[in-house]
Design a protein around this ligand. Structure first.
Ligand code: N01
Length: 543
Protein backbone atom coordinates (compact mmCIF):
# COMPACT_ATOMS: atom_id res chain seq x y z
CA UNK A 1 0.00 0.00 0.00
CA UNK A 2 1.45 3.43 -0.85
CA UNK A 3 2.45 5.62 2.11
CA UNK A 4 -0.12 7.96 3.60
CA UNK A 5 0.27 11.65 2.80
CA UNK A 6 -0.99 14.78 4.50
CA UNK A 7 -4.14 14.77 2.38
CA UNK A 8 -4.78 11.06 2.25
CA UNK A 9 -4.50 8.96 5.38
CA UNK A 10 -3.53 5.31 5.16
CA UNK A 11 -6.55 3.40 3.96
CA UNK A 12 -7.58 -0.09 3.03
CA UNK A 13 -8.22 -0.69 -0.68
CA UNK A 14 -11.82 -0.56 -1.80
CA UNK A 15 -12.83 -4.00 -2.96
CA UNK A 16 -16.02 -4.95 -4.72
CA UNK A 17 -17.82 -1.62 -4.32
CA UNK A 18 -20.17 -0.72 -7.17
CA UNK A 19 -20.95 2.84 -8.23
CA UNK A 20 -23.03 4.46 -10.91
CA UNK A 21 -19.90 6.27 -12.06
CA UNK A 22 -16.18 6.32 -11.54
CA UNK A 23 -14.62 9.66 -12.36
CA UNK A 24 -10.90 9.71 -13.07
CA UNK A 25 -9.40 13.03 -11.95
CA UNK A 26 -10.45 15.79 -9.56
CA UNK A 27 -9.53 18.83 -11.58
CA UNK A 28 -12.26 21.23 -12.67
CA UNK A 29 -13.74 18.57 -14.97
CA UNK A 30 -13.91 15.83 -12.34
CA UNK A 31 -15.24 18.16 -9.68
CA UNK A 32 -18.07 19.53 -11.80
CA UNK A 33 -18.97 16.05 -13.05
CA UNK A 34 -19.14 14.86 -9.46
CA UNK A 35 -21.28 17.84 -8.47
CA UNK A 36 -23.74 17.19 -11.29
CA UNK A 37 -23.97 13.45 -10.62
CA UNK A 38 -24.54 13.98 -6.88
CA UNK A 39 -27.30 16.45 -7.76
CA UNK A 40 -28.93 13.81 -9.93
CA UNK A 41 -28.76 11.20 -7.19
CA UNK A 42 -26.11 9.02 -8.83
CA UNK A 43 -23.42 7.37 -6.74
CA UNK A 44 -19.92 8.33 -7.79
CA UNK A 45 -16.34 7.79 -6.72
CA UNK A 46 -13.52 10.03 -7.86
CA UNK A 47 -9.94 8.78 -7.93
CA UNK A 48 -7.29 11.48 -8.07
CA UNK A 49 -3.56 10.88 -8.51
CA UNK A 50 -2.65 14.11 -6.72
CA UNK A 51 -2.96 14.87 -3.03
CA UNK A 52 -5.66 17.49 -3.60
CA UNK A 53 -8.16 18.89 -6.09
CA UNK A 54 -7.29 21.29 -8.90
CA UNK A 55 -5.69 19.14 -11.62
CA UNK A 56 -3.44 21.34 -13.76
CA UNK A 57 -3.37 23.94 -11.01
CA UNK A 58 -2.42 21.34 -8.42
CA UNK A 59 0.63 20.18 -10.41
CA UNK A 60 1.85 23.30 -12.22
CA UNK A 61 3.29 25.26 -9.30
CA UNK A 62 6.31 26.65 -11.14
CA UNK A 63 7.22 30.27 -10.43
CA UNK A 64 5.06 32.69 -12.40
CA UNK A 65 2.33 30.15 -13.25
CA UNK A 66 -0.93 31.91 -13.97
CA UNK A 67 -3.82 31.62 -16.35
CA UNK A 68 -3.87 33.48 -19.67
CA UNK A 69 -7.66 33.69 -19.78
CA UNK A 70 -9.01 36.54 -17.66
CA UNK A 71 -9.91 35.29 -14.20
CA UNK A 72 -13.48 36.65 -14.22
CA UNK A 73 -14.06 34.32 -17.18
CA UNK A 74 -11.77 31.44 -16.23
CA UNK A 75 -14.12 30.19 -13.54
CA UNK A 76 -17.25 28.08 -13.19
CA UNK A 77 -20.46 29.68 -14.39
CA UNK A 78 -22.91 27.04 -13.09
CA UNK A 79 -23.51 28.77 -9.77
CA UNK A 80 -24.53 32.42 -9.72
CA UNK A 81 -23.87 32.49 -5.93
CA UNK A 82 -20.32 31.26 -6.51
CA UNK A 83 -19.80 33.87 -9.21
CA UNK A 84 -21.11 36.58 -6.89
CA UNK A 85 -19.22 35.54 -3.78
CA UNK A 86 -15.77 34.74 -5.16
CA UNK A 87 -13.44 37.73 -5.66
CA UNK A 88 -10.54 37.39 -8.08
CA UNK A 89 -7.67 39.66 -7.13
CA UNK A 90 -5.94 40.03 -10.52
CA UNK A 91 -6.86 40.24 -14.18
CA UNK A 92 -4.92 36.98 -14.76
CA UNK A 93 -5.12 34.81 -11.66
CA UNK A 94 -1.91 33.31 -10.30
CA UNK A 95 -1.77 29.54 -9.76
CA UNK A 96 -2.14 29.68 -5.93
CA UNK A 97 -5.35 31.68 -6.27
CA UNK A 98 -6.82 29.30 -8.87
CA UNK A 99 -5.90 26.37 -6.63
CA UNK A 100 -7.55 28.15 -3.68
CA UNK A 101 -10.66 28.57 -5.86
CA UNK A 102 -10.65 24.84 -6.71
CA UNK A 103 -10.42 24.02 -3.01
CA UNK A 104 -13.22 26.47 -2.24
CA UNK A 105 -15.43 24.76 -4.84
CA UNK A 106 -14.64 21.34 -3.36
CA UNK A 107 -15.63 22.52 0.13
CA UNK A 108 -18.57 24.65 -0.89
CA UNK A 109 -20.22 21.79 -2.79
CA UNK A 110 -19.12 19.14 -0.30
CA UNK A 111 -17.23 17.13 -2.90
CA UNK A 112 -14.29 15.75 -0.91
CA UNK A 113 -16.18 12.87 0.70
CA UNK A 114 -16.50 11.24 -2.71
CA UNK A 115 -12.84 11.70 -3.70
CA UNK A 116 -9.93 9.42 -2.90
CA UNK A 117 -6.64 11.30 -3.33
CA UNK A 118 -3.14 9.97 -4.00
CA UNK A 119 -4.75 7.22 -6.02
CA UNK A 120 -3.96 6.68 -9.66
CA UNK A 121 -6.32 4.63 -11.80
CA UNK A 122 -4.19 2.03 -13.56
CA UNK A 123 -6.78 0.02 -15.48
CA UNK A 124 -10.36 0.31 -16.69
CA UNK A 125 -11.87 -2.74 -18.37
CA UNK A 126 -15.35 -3.06 -19.83
CA UNK A 127 -17.08 -6.20 -18.59
CA UNK A 128 -19.32 -7.22 -21.47
CA UNK A 129 -21.30 -9.69 -19.39
CA UNK A 130 -21.90 -7.40 -16.43
CA UNK A 131 -22.15 -4.33 -18.71
CA UNK A 132 -20.02 -2.33 -16.35
CA UNK A 133 -16.49 -0.96 -16.03
CA UNK A 134 -14.03 -2.67 -13.73
CA UNK A 135 -11.56 -0.18 -12.34
CA UNK A 136 -8.22 -0.81 -10.66
CA UNK A 137 -5.92 1.65 -8.92
CA UNK A 138 -2.31 1.74 -7.75
CA UNK A 139 -3.57 1.44 -4.18
CA UNK A 140 -5.18 -1.91 -4.86
CA UNK A 141 -8.77 -0.70 -5.26
CA UNK A 142 -10.96 -2.94 -7.42
CA UNK A 143 -14.40 -1.49 -7.98
CA UNK A 144 -17.03 -1.45 -10.68
CA UNK A 145 -19.24 1.23 -12.17
CA UNK A 146 -21.83 1.56 -14.87
CA UNK A 147 -20.03 4.60 -16.30
CA UNK A 148 -16.35 5.43 -16.45
CA UNK A 149 -15.75 9.13 -16.90
CA UNK A 150 -12.31 10.33 -17.91
CA UNK A 151 -11.62 13.78 -16.48
CA UNK A 152 -7.90 13.35 -16.98
CA UNK A 153 -6.97 16.72 -18.50
CA UNK A 154 -5.56 17.68 -21.89
CA UNK A 155 -2.14 18.82 -20.70
CA UNK A 156 -1.41 16.56 -17.77
CA UNK A 157 1.09 13.91 -18.86
CA UNK A 158 4.48 15.61 -18.54
CA UNK A 159 6.88 15.20 -21.46
CA UNK A 160 10.06 13.88 -19.84
CA UNK A 161 12.49 14.06 -22.72
CA UNK A 162 14.89 11.11 -22.49
CA UNK A 163 18.05 13.23 -22.80
CA UNK A 164 21.18 11.11 -22.91
CA UNK A 165 23.00 11.07 -19.56
CA UNK A 166 20.01 12.53 -17.71
CA UNK A 167 20.68 10.35 -14.68
CA UNK A 168 24.33 11.50 -14.57
CA UNK A 169 23.46 15.10 -13.66
CA UNK A 170 24.35 15.68 -10.02
CA UNK A 171 21.88 18.47 -9.30
CA UNK A 172 18.08 18.51 -9.23
CA UNK A 173 16.05 18.33 -12.44
CA UNK A 174 12.57 19.83 -12.31
CA UNK A 175 9.66 19.62 -14.75
CA UNK A 176 7.38 22.67 -14.70
CA UNK A 177 4.32 20.42 -14.74
CA UNK A 178 5.41 18.47 -11.66
CA UNK A 179 6.76 21.27 -9.51
CA UNK A 180 7.70 20.56 -5.85
CA UNK A 181 4.99 21.73 -3.46
CA UNK A 182 7.50 23.35 -1.16
CA UNK A 183 8.76 25.53 -4.03
CA UNK A 184 12.33 25.89 -5.23
CA UNK A 185 14.76 28.58 -4.16
CA UNK A 186 17.16 29.29 -7.03
CA UNK A 187 18.98 32.08 -5.16
CA UNK A 188 22.61 32.19 -6.20
CA UNK A 189 22.33 29.09 -8.41
CA UNK A 190 23.35 28.53 -12.02
CA UNK A 191 20.14 27.38 -13.69
CA UNK A 192 19.46 25.91 -17.12
CA UNK A 193 15.94 26.06 -18.57
CA UNK A 194 15.01 23.84 -21.53
CA UNK A 195 12.11 25.06 -23.63
CA UNK A 196 10.46 28.35 -24.55
CA UNK A 197 6.72 27.51 -24.46
CA UNK A 198 4.14 29.09 -22.13
CA UNK A 199 5.54 27.46 -18.97
CA UNK A 200 9.09 28.60 -19.74
CA UNK A 201 8.00 32.07 -20.73
CA UNK A 202 6.15 32.54 -17.44
CA UNK A 203 8.86 31.06 -15.23
CA UNK A 204 12.04 32.45 -16.86
CA UNK A 205 11.60 36.08 -15.70
CA UNK A 206 11.04 34.94 -12.09
CA UNK A 207 13.87 32.38 -12.08
CA UNK A 208 16.16 35.08 -13.50
CA UNK A 209 15.44 37.26 -10.45
CA UNK A 210 16.92 34.58 -8.19
CA UNK A 211 19.56 32.75 -10.20
CA UNK A 212 23.16 33.93 -10.36
CA UNK A 213 23.26 32.74 -13.97
CA UNK A 214 20.42 31.58 -16.20
CA UNK A 215 20.82 29.83 -19.54
CA UNK A 216 17.79 29.15 -21.75
CA UNK A 217 17.94 26.41 -24.39
CA UNK A 218 15.66 27.38 -27.25
CA UNK A 219 14.70 24.99 -30.04
CA UNK A 220 11.91 27.10 -31.54
CA UNK A 221 11.49 30.83 -30.98
CA UNK A 222 8.07 31.73 -29.58
CA UNK A 223 5.67 34.60 -30.13
CA UNK A 224 4.55 36.16 -26.89
CA UNK A 225 2.29 39.08 -26.11
CA UNK A 226 2.51 41.11 -22.89
CA UNK A 227 -0.16 40.29 -20.31
CA UNK A 228 -0.23 43.76 -18.73
CA UNK A 229 -1.62 42.00 -15.69
CA UNK A 230 -3.24 44.27 -13.09
CA UNK A 231 -4.99 44.10 -9.75
CA UNK A 232 -8.76 44.07 -10.13
CA UNK A 233 -10.58 46.87 -8.37
CA UNK A 234 -13.85 46.27 -6.51
CA UNK A 235 -15.50 48.62 -9.02
CA UNK A 236 -14.37 46.46 -11.94
CA UNK A 237 -15.52 43.24 -10.28
CA UNK A 238 -18.83 44.76 -9.27
CA UNK A 239 -19.50 46.03 -12.77
CA UNK A 240 -19.16 42.48 -14.11
CA UNK A 241 -21.08 40.95 -11.23
CA UNK A 242 -23.97 43.35 -11.84
CA UNK A 243 -24.75 41.23 -14.90
CA UNK A 244 -22.42 38.22 -14.82
CA UNK A 245 -24.78 36.02 -16.87
CA UNK A 246 -24.53 38.51 -19.73
CA UNK A 247 -20.73 38.15 -19.83
CA UNK A 248 -21.04 34.37 -19.67
CA UNK A 249 -23.51 34.38 -22.56
CA UNK A 250 -21.26 36.63 -24.67
CA UNK A 251 -18.34 34.30 -23.92
CA UNK A 252 -20.23 31.19 -24.97
CA UNK A 253 -21.16 32.85 -28.25
CA UNK A 254 -17.47 33.21 -29.18
CA UNK A 255 -15.46 30.58 -31.07
CA UNK A 256 -13.02 30.51 -28.15
CA UNK A 257 -15.66 30.31 -25.41
CA UNK A 258 -14.37 33.51 -23.83
CA UNK A 259 -15.15 37.09 -24.61
CA UNK A 260 -12.81 39.78 -25.87
CA UNK A 261 -13.16 42.57 -28.40
CA UNK A 262 -12.77 41.09 -31.87
CA UNK A 263 -12.32 43.02 -35.09
CA UNK A 264 -13.93 41.05 -37.92
CA UNK A 265 -12.32 43.15 -40.65
CA UNK A 266 -9.66 41.29 -42.67
CA UNK A 267 -6.12 42.58 -42.13
CA UNK A 268 -5.54 42.51 -45.88
CA UNK A 269 -8.35 45.00 -46.45
CA UNK A 270 -6.79 47.54 -44.09
CA UNK A 271 -4.26 50.17 -45.14
CA UNK A 272 -0.80 49.64 -43.63
CA UNK A 273 -1.28 52.61 -41.26
CA UNK A 274 -4.61 51.26 -40.02
CA UNK A 275 -3.06 47.82 -39.50
CA UNK A 276 -0.17 49.28 -37.55
CA UNK A 277 -2.59 51.28 -35.37
CA UNK A 278 -4.81 48.24 -34.75
CA UNK A 279 -1.86 46.06 -33.83
CA UNK A 280 -0.41 48.68 -31.52
CA UNK A 281 -3.76 49.15 -29.76
CA UNK A 282 -4.23 45.39 -29.44
CA UNK A 283 -0.65 45.01 -28.16
CA UNK A 284 -1.34 47.66 -25.54
CA UNK A 285 -4.44 45.73 -24.41
CA UNK A 286 -2.24 42.61 -24.39
CA UNK A 287 -2.89 38.90 -23.91
CA UNK A 288 -4.57 36.38 -26.20
CA UNK A 289 -7.06 39.01 -27.52
CA UNK A 290 -4.12 40.33 -29.57
CA UNK A 291 -5.14 37.66 -32.09
CA UNK A 292 -8.49 39.43 -32.45
CA UNK A 293 -6.89 42.48 -34.05
CA UNK A 294 -8.25 41.32 -37.43
CA UNK A 295 -10.56 38.59 -38.61
CA UNK A 296 -8.36 36.71 -41.07
CA UNK A 297 -5.13 36.32 -39.11
CA UNK A 298 -5.43 32.57 -38.62
CA UNK A 299 -6.82 31.90 -42.08
CA UNK A 300 -4.74 33.89 -44.57
CA UNK A 301 -0.98 33.47 -44.59
CA UNK A 302 -0.47 36.95 -46.08
CA UNK A 303 -2.57 38.47 -43.27
CA UNK A 304 -0.69 36.42 -40.71
CA UNK A 305 2.62 37.71 -42.09
CA UNK A 306 1.58 41.24 -41.13
CA UNK A 307 0.94 40.43 -37.46
CA UNK A 308 4.03 38.20 -37.33
CA UNK A 309 6.19 41.05 -38.60
CA UNK A 310 4.66 43.43 -36.05
CA UNK A 311 5.45 40.98 -33.23
CA UNK A 312 8.99 40.42 -34.52
CA UNK A 313 9.58 44.18 -34.59
CA UNK A 314 8.47 44.36 -30.96
CA UNK A 315 11.07 41.74 -30.02
CA UNK A 316 13.78 43.63 -31.85
CA UNK A 317 12.77 46.82 -30.04
CA UNK A 318 12.83 45.15 -26.60
CA UNK A 319 15.94 42.95 -26.78
CA UNK A 320 19.13 45.03 -26.85
CA UNK A 321 21.62 42.40 -27.97
CA UNK A 322 21.06 42.04 -31.74
CA UNK A 323 22.20 38.40 -31.81
CA UNK A 324 19.79 37.41 -29.04
CA UNK A 325 17.03 39.50 -30.64
CA UNK A 326 17.52 37.72 -33.95
CA UNK A 327 17.40 34.29 -32.29
CA UNK A 328 14.25 35.20 -30.35
CA UNK A 329 12.38 36.36 -33.47
CA UNK A 330 10.12 33.49 -34.59
CA UNK A 331 9.69 32.86 -38.29
CA UNK A 332 6.73 30.48 -38.21
CA UNK A 333 3.04 31.34 -38.46
CA UNK A 334 1.89 33.70 -35.72
CA UNK A 335 -0.46 31.90 -33.28
CA UNK A 336 0.09 28.55 -34.99
CA UNK A 337 1.59 27.16 -31.84
CA UNK A 338 -0.38 28.25 -28.81
CA UNK A 339 0.29 31.99 -28.34
CA UNK A 340 2.21 32.81 -25.15
CA UNK A 341 1.37 35.63 -22.78
CA UNK A 342 4.17 37.04 -20.67
CA UNK A 343 5.31 39.51 -18.10
CA UNK A 344 8.79 40.75 -18.97
CA UNK A 345 9.90 37.68 -20.92
CA UNK A 346 11.86 39.32 -23.72
CA UNK A 347 13.17 41.99 -21.32
CA UNK A 348 14.81 39.21 -19.29
CA UNK A 349 17.36 38.72 -22.07
CA UNK A 350 18.68 42.23 -21.40
CA UNK A 351 20.02 41.04 -18.04
CA UNK A 352 23.74 40.36 -18.13
CA UNK A 353 23.46 37.00 -16.31
CA UNK A 354 20.87 35.59 -18.76
CA UNK A 355 22.05 33.74 -21.85
CA UNK A 356 20.19 32.16 -24.79
CA UNK A 357 21.52 29.01 -26.47
CA UNK A 358 20.05 28.02 -29.82
CA UNK A 359 19.48 24.27 -30.05
CA UNK A 360 17.48 24.33 -33.26
CA UNK A 361 20.32 23.00 -35.42
CA UNK A 362 22.57 21.48 -32.79
CA UNK A 363 20.29 19.72 -30.29
CA UNK A 364 21.11 19.09 -26.66
CA UNK A 365 23.65 16.27 -26.88
CA UNK A 366 23.53 15.05 -23.34
CA UNK A 367 23.35 15.86 -19.68
CA UNK A 368 26.71 15.57 -17.92
CA UNK A 369 27.34 15.31 -14.16
CA UNK A 370 27.83 19.10 -14.14
CA UNK A 371 25.42 20.40 -16.73
CA UNK A 372 24.32 20.21 -20.34
CA UNK A 373 26.41 19.69 -23.46
CA UNK A 374 25.51 21.26 -26.79
CA UNK A 375 27.66 21.25 -29.88
CA UNK A 376 30.77 20.28 -27.91
CA UNK A 377 30.31 23.01 -25.27
CA UNK A 378 29.44 22.13 -21.70
CA UNK A 379 27.20 24.56 -19.81
CA UNK A 380 27.62 24.06 -16.04
CA UNK A 381 24.51 24.16 -13.82
CA UNK A 382 23.40 23.64 -10.25
CA UNK A 383 19.80 22.94 -11.31
CA UNK A 384 17.95 22.22 -14.55
CA UNK A 385 14.34 23.08 -15.34
CA UNK A 386 12.62 21.11 -18.09
CA UNK A 387 9.81 23.27 -19.45
CA UNK A 388 9.32 20.65 -22.14
CA UNK A 389 5.55 20.45 -22.08
CA UNK A 390 3.16 17.53 -22.24
CA UNK A 391 1.99 14.56 -24.25
CA UNK A 392 -1.08 16.61 -25.10
CA UNK A 393 -4.69 15.42 -25.40
CA UNK A 394 -4.06 11.67 -25.35
CA UNK A 395 -1.07 11.34 -22.99
CA UNK A 396 -3.25 10.99 -19.89
CA UNK A 397 -5.24 8.18 -21.55
CA UNK A 398 -2.00 6.36 -22.43
CA UNK A 399 -1.16 6.06 -18.72
CA UNK A 400 -4.26 3.92 -18.06
CA UNK A 401 -4.83 0.44 -19.52
CA UNK A 402 -8.29 1.05 -21.00
CA UNK A 403 -9.91 -2.02 -22.54
CA UNK A 404 -13.25 -1.99 -24.32
CA UNK A 405 -15.31 -4.59 -26.16
CA UNK A 406 -13.61 -7.76 -27.42
CA UNK A 407 -10.49 -7.03 -25.37
CA UNK A 408 -9.48 -4.15 -27.63
CA UNK A 409 -7.46 -1.44 -25.90
CA UNK A 410 -7.90 2.28 -26.42
CA UNK A 411 -4.17 2.59 -27.08
CA UNK A 412 -4.58 0.17 -30.00
CA UNK A 413 -7.64 1.94 -31.32
CA UNK A 414 -5.97 5.37 -31.12
CA UNK A 415 -2.58 4.25 -32.45
CA UNK A 416 -2.92 6.30 -35.65
CA UNK A 417 -4.54 9.20 -33.78
CA UNK A 418 -7.50 9.60 -31.42
CA UNK A 419 -10.95 8.70 -32.78
CA UNK A 420 -14.08 9.92 -31.03
CA UNK A 421 -17.61 10.99 -31.76
CA UNK A 422 -17.92 14.65 -30.70
CA UNK A 423 -14.92 14.19 -28.42
CA UNK A 424 -17.24 12.74 -25.76
CA UNK A 425 -17.12 8.99 -26.48
CA UNK A 426 -15.49 6.38 -28.71
CA UNK A 427 -16.99 3.34 -30.45
CA UNK A 428 -16.24 0.00 -28.82
CA UNK A 429 -16.01 1.56 -25.36
CA UNK A 430 -19.60 1.75 -24.07
CA UNK A 431 -20.37 4.16 -21.22
CA UNK A 432 -16.87 5.63 -21.36
CA UNK A 433 -17.09 9.43 -21.45
CA UNK A 434 -14.13 11.69 -22.18
CA UNK A 435 -14.48 15.21 -20.80
CA UNK A 436 -12.78 17.68 -23.19
CA UNK A 437 -11.63 14.67 -25.18
CA UNK A 438 -9.84 14.87 -28.54
CA UNK A 439 -12.25 15.89 -31.27
CA UNK A 440 -13.90 18.53 -29.07
CA UNK A 441 -12.96 22.25 -28.80
CA UNK A 442 -11.19 21.62 -25.45
CA UNK A 443 -7.83 23.42 -25.55
CA UNK A 444 -9.03 25.82 -28.25
CA UNK A 445 -11.79 27.06 -25.98
CA UNK A 446 -11.70 28.43 -22.47
CA UNK A 447 -11.24 25.14 -20.63
CA UNK A 448 -13.75 25.64 -17.83
CA UNK A 449 -16.52 26.59 -20.25
CA UNK A 450 -15.66 23.58 -22.42
CA UNK A 451 -15.75 21.38 -19.32
CA UNK A 452 -19.14 22.69 -18.18
CA UNK A 453 -20.68 22.05 -21.57
CA UNK A 454 -19.34 18.49 -21.77
CA UNK A 455 -20.31 17.63 -18.22
CA UNK A 456 -23.84 18.96 -18.66
CA UNK A 457 -24.26 16.99 -21.87
CA UNK A 458 -22.96 13.78 -20.28
CA UNK A 459 -24.98 14.21 -17.08
CA UNK A 460 -28.14 14.83 -19.15
CA UNK A 461 -27.36 11.72 -21.20
CA UNK A 462 -26.96 9.60 -18.06
CA UNK A 463 -30.17 10.95 -16.54
CA UNK A 464 -32.01 10.25 -19.79
CA UNK A 465 -30.70 6.67 -19.82
CA UNK A 466 -31.96 6.16 -16.29
CA UNK A 467 -35.36 7.54 -17.29
CA UNK A 468 -35.70 5.21 -20.26
CA UNK A 469 -34.05 2.22 -18.62
CA UNK A 470 -31.08 2.09 -20.97
CA UNK A 471 -27.95 0.36 -19.76
CA UNK A 472 -25.30 1.27 -22.31
CA UNK A 473 -24.57 4.11 -24.70
CA UNK A 474 -21.96 3.95 -27.42
CA UNK A 475 -21.24 5.85 -30.65
CA UNK A 476 -22.01 4.20 -33.96
CA UNK A 477 -18.85 3.59 -35.97
CA UNK A 478 -20.14 5.41 -39.05
CA UNK A 479 -20.98 8.57 -37.07
CA UNK A 480 -17.61 8.48 -35.36
CA UNK A 481 -15.78 8.09 -38.68
CA UNK A 482 -17.73 10.99 -40.11
CA UNK A 483 -16.92 13.18 -37.11
CA UNK A 484 -13.19 12.33 -37.25
CA UNK A 485 -13.23 13.21 -40.94
CA UNK A 486 -15.02 16.49 -40.20
CA UNK A 487 -12.53 17.42 -37.44
CA UNK A 488 -9.68 16.82 -39.90
CA UNK A 489 -11.34 18.72 -42.72
CA UNK A 490 -12.18 21.75 -40.58
CA UNK A 491 -8.64 21.92 -39.22
CA UNK A 492 -7.36 22.53 -42.74
CA UNK A 493 -9.05 25.91 -42.97
CA UNK A 494 -6.90 27.18 -40.12
CA UNK A 495 -3.22 28.00 -40.34
CA UNK A 496 -2.96 26.33 -36.94
CA UNK A 497 -2.85 22.94 -38.63
CA UNK A 498 0.29 23.88 -40.56
CA UNK A 499 3.01 23.81 -37.92
CA UNK A 500 4.64 21.26 -35.66
CA UNK A 501 2.83 21.98 -32.42
CA UNK A 502 1.45 19.86 -29.60
CA UNK A 503 -2.00 20.39 -31.20
CA UNK A 504 -0.87 17.86 -33.81
CA UNK A 505 1.24 15.73 -31.46
CA UNK A 506 4.42 16.88 -33.19
CA UNK A 507 6.22 17.93 -30.00
CA UNK A 508 6.97 14.30 -29.16
CA UNK A 509 8.81 12.06 -31.61
CA UNK A 510 6.83 9.04 -32.79
CA UNK A 511 3.35 10.37 -32.07
CA UNK A 512 0.92 10.32 -35.00
CA UNK A 513 0.46 13.69 -36.64
CA UNK A 514 -3.25 14.49 -36.30
CA UNK A 515 -4.89 17.81 -35.43
CA UNK A 516 -6.58 16.73 -32.21
CA UNK A 517 -8.90 19.49 -30.97
CA UNK A 518 -12.02 20.57 -32.90
CA UNK A 519 -11.33 23.96 -34.46
CA UNK A 520 -14.80 24.67 -35.88
CA UNK A 521 -15.61 26.99 -32.95
CA UNK A 522 -17.31 26.55 -29.61
CA UNK A 523 -20.87 27.73 -30.52
CA UNK A 524 -21.06 25.56 -33.65
CA UNK A 525 -19.85 22.58 -31.65
CA UNK A 526 -22.35 23.21 -28.85
CA UNK A 527 -25.15 23.45 -31.40
CA UNK A 528 -24.08 20.11 -32.88
CA UNK A 529 -24.06 18.44 -29.43
CA UNK A 530 -27.49 19.88 -28.66
CA UNK A 531 -28.89 18.68 -31.98
CA UNK A 532 -27.53 15.20 -31.37
CA UNK A 533 -29.30 15.18 -28.01
CA UNK A 534 -32.60 16.58 -29.24
CA UNK A 535 -32.58 14.05 -32.08
CA UNK A 536 -32.62 11.27 -29.50
CA UNK A 537 -28.84 10.93 -29.19
CA UNK A 538 -28.40 10.57 -32.90
CA UNK A 539 -25.29 8.59 -33.77
CA UNK A 540 -25.32 6.65 -30.51
CA UNK A 541 -26.68 3.20 -29.79
CA UNK A 542 -28.51 3.25 -26.50
CA UNK A 543 -29.81 -0.08 -25.21
O1 N01 B 1 4.89 23.24 -23.22
P1 N01 B 1 5.17 23.52 -24.78
P2 N01 B 1 4.43 24.27 -22.08
N1 N01 B 1 15.03 19.92 -26.79
O2 N01 B 1 5.01 22.21 -25.44
C1 N01 B 1 10.78 22.54 -25.96
C2 N01 B 1 -0.67 25.44 -21.60
N2 N01 B 1 -0.11 26.36 -20.64
O3 N01 B 1 4.38 23.53 -20.80
O4 N01 B 1 8.76 24.25 -29.71
C3 N01 B 1 14.84 21.23 -26.68
O5 N01 B 1 4.40 24.68 -25.26
C4 N01 B 1 9.81 22.87 -27.06
O6 N01 B 1 10.49 23.20 -28.25
P3 N01 B 1 9.70 23.07 -29.67
C5 N01 B 1 -0.71 26.13 -22.95
O7 N01 B 1 -1.79 25.66 -23.68
C6 N01 B 1 -0.83 27.45 -20.38
O8 N01 B 1 5.22 25.51 -22.11
O9 N01 B 1 8.98 21.77 -29.64
N3 N01 B 1 13.66 21.78 -26.44
C7 N01 B 1 9.07 24.05 -26.43
O10 N01 B 1 9.78 25.23 -26.52
C8 N01 B 1 0.60 25.68 -23.52
O11 N01 B 1 0.69 25.78 -24.91
C9 N01 B 1 -0.34 28.39 -19.54
O12 N01 B 1 10.77 23.14 -30.68
C10 N01 B 1 12.61 20.96 -26.32
C11 N01 B 1 9.03 23.61 -24.97
O13 N01 B 1 10.03 22.63 -24.76
C12 N01 B 1 0.68 24.27 -23.03
O14 N01 B 1 0.17 24.32 -21.71
C13 N01 B 1 0.89 28.23 -18.94
C14 N01 B 1 12.74 19.57 -26.42
C15 N01 B 1 7.69 22.99 -24.61
O15 N01 B 1 6.69 23.94 -24.78
C16 N01 B 1 2.05 23.67 -22.99
O16 N01 B 1 2.98 24.66 -22.52
C17 N01 B 1 1.61 27.09 -19.21
C18 N01 B 1 14.02 19.06 -26.67
N4 N01 B 1 14.23 17.74 -26.82
C19 N01 B 1 1.10 26.15 -20.07
N5 N01 B 1 11.52 19.02 -26.24
C20 N01 B 1 -1.16 29.58 -19.30
O17 N01 B 1 -2.35 29.55 -19.10
C21 N01 B 1 10.67 20.02 -26.05
N6 N01 B 1 11.33 21.20 -26.10
C22 N01 B 1 -0.50 30.82 -19.37
Amino acid sequence: MPPATQDQPQRAPEAGAAFDAIIVGAGFAGMYMLHRLCGLGFTARVYEAGGGVGGTWYWNRYPGARCDVESMQYSFSFSEELDQQWDWSEKYAPQPEILAYANHVADRFDLRRHILFDTRVTAATFDETGKCWRIETDRGDKVSAKFCIMAVGCLSAANHVPFRGREDFQGPIYHTGEWPHEGVDFTGLRVGVIGTGSSAIQSIPIIAQQASALTVFQRTATYSVPAWNTKLTPEYRNAIKADYPALRAKARARPTGFYFPFNMKPALEAEPEERARQYEEAWQRGGLPFLGAFGDLLFEKAANDTIAEFARDKIRAIVKDPTAAELLRPHNVFGCKRLCVDTGYFETYNLSHVKLVDVSKTPIERFTPDGIEVNGTEYPFDAIVCATGFAAMTGSFDRIAITGRHGRTLAEKWRAGPRTYLGVATAGFPNLFTITGPGSPSVLASMIQAIEQHVDWMADCMAHMRDVGAVTVEPLQAYEDEWVEHVNEVSKISLRSTCSSWYVGANIPGRPRVFMPYIGGFPIYVQKCNEVMTNGFEGFVME
